[in-house]
Design a protein around this ligand. Structure first.
Ligand SMILES: [Zn+2]
Length: 294
C-alpha cells in the first residue's frame, strides 16, 4: 500500500511539472510581437523569426537584444516619404512634383514636430543590426533624379541639417532636366544617400536575365564609382517587381528596397519592399500630418 502511495505521489509530481512547463511556454509565446492588419503568411513568419535570430547574432558590439527591444521594433511604423521633383512645375506630369516653397514648409513642419530625417542605412542597421534610432524617425526619398532635387531640395535640406535618400537612374545623368554626374557626387558628398533606381528606369518585370543584370548591377557599379560609397538599396521603376526580380536584387547585393506599396514601413514587411507614402503636388503642408499617420 505504501509503495502504491509513493508511486502515485511521484506520478502527481511529474504531471504537475509538465503542467507548469506548459504554462511557461504559453506565456513566452503569447508575449511575442503579433502582426496586425492582416494575416501573416507562413513565409513571412519564418522570415520574421530568421530576422530576429540574425539580430541577436549581430549584437556583438551592442547590448543583448531583449524581448522588449524586439517587441518595440515590431511596433514601429516608420514613414518613408516618396517625392519626385521639387520644382515650380513638371514638364511631363501634372502631379509628380512639389513646389520648393511647399517643400520648405513640409520640412519645417517635420522639424517643428520633432521628426528626425534618417537614411535607409540607419533603418536597416536598427532593424537588423540593433542600432538605436533617434526619436520620431522619418525617411525622405526622391525618385528619378530630376534637376530640381539638386537645385531646390538640396539647399533646403542642408539648411535644416536633414538627410535624404535619392534613388537615381545613371542612364539619365547629364540629360536635360536631370542631374549631372557632378551634381550626384555633390549630393553624396553633402551626406545624402545615393541609391539605385535601375540603370535605364526599365520596368524590371519585363526584362530578360541579361537586361536585369544591366539594370541592377551596372547601375550599382556606376553609382558606387561616382560616390565612392556602397550602393545597397533599390527602388523599382513604377513599383513593378515579381519574385524573380526580388531574387536577382538580392543576388546583386542589395540589402533593402523601396516599393510603391502605400503605407508606413514595418519590420514585418519583406525588407526589399518597404512601404512608402507618396507626396506630390496635391499634398499641402497642413496635409502632411494625416499622410504620415495614415
Ligand atoms: Zn521612377
Amino acid at each position: 500500500m505504501a509503495l502504491l502511495n509513493k508511486k502515485l505521489a511521484i506520478g502527481f509530481l511529474l504531471v504537475a511539472l509538465f503542467f507548469l512547463a506548459g504554462i511557461r511556454l504559453l506565456t513566452v509565446n503569447s508575449s511575442l510581437p503579433v502582426k496586425r492588419g492582416h494575416v501573416a503568411t507562413k513565409e513571412k513568419q519564418v522570415g520574421a523569426r530568421k530576422r530576429a535570430t540574425t539580430t541577436r547574432t549581430h549584437s556583438t558590439t551592442n547590448a543583448p537584444v531583449t524581448l522588449e527591444a524586439q517587441q518595440e521594433k515590431g511596433s514601429e511604423r516608420i514613414p518613408i516619404l516618396a517625392y519626385h521633383d521639387i520644382a515650380d512645375s513638371h514638364p511631363s506630369d501634372k502631379w509628380l512634383y512639389v513646389k520648393p516653397s511647399v517643400f520648405a514648409k513640409q520640412l519645417d513642419w517635420l522639424k517643428d514636430h520633432g521628426y528626425h530625417a534618417i537614411g535607409f542605412e540607419s533603418l536597416y542597421d536598427h532593424w537588423y543590426g540593433n542600432k538605436p534610432l533617434p526619436s520620431k524617425p522619418v525617411i525622405l526619398t526622391f525618385d528619378d533624379g530630376y534637376r530640381g532635387v539638386y537645385e531646390a531640395a538640396l539647399p533646403l535640406l542642408k539648411a535644416r541639417g536633414m538627410k535624404a535618400t535619392f534613388f537615381l537612374v545613371p542612364g539619365l545623368f547629364d540629360h536635360p532636366g536631370y542631374l549631372t554626374t557632378s551634381m550626384v557626387r555633390e549630393l553624396s558628398d553633402a551626406g545624402m544617400e545615393v541609391e539605385s533606381h535601375t540603370y535605364d528606369h526599365a520596368f524590371l518585370t519585363s526584362c530578360s536575365d541579361e537586361q536585369l543584370k544591366h539594370e541592377l548591377k551596372y547601375s550599382k557599379d556606376v553609382l558606387e564609382k561616382i560616390t565612392r560609397k556602397p550602393v545597397e538599396f533599390i527602388c523599382y521603376p513604377n513599383g513593378y517587381y515579381n519574385q524573380k526580380v526580388l531574387d536577382e536584387v538580392k543576388k546583386y547585393g542589395y540589402k533593402a528596397g523601396a516599393s510603391s506599396i502605400h503605407g508606413r514601413a514595418s519590420i514585418y514587411q519583406e525588407r526589399l519592399l518597404w512601404h512608402r507614402i507618396p507626396i506630390d503636388f496635391r499634398i499641402k503642408p497642413e496635409d502632411l500630418a494625416w499622410k504620415i499617420y495614415g
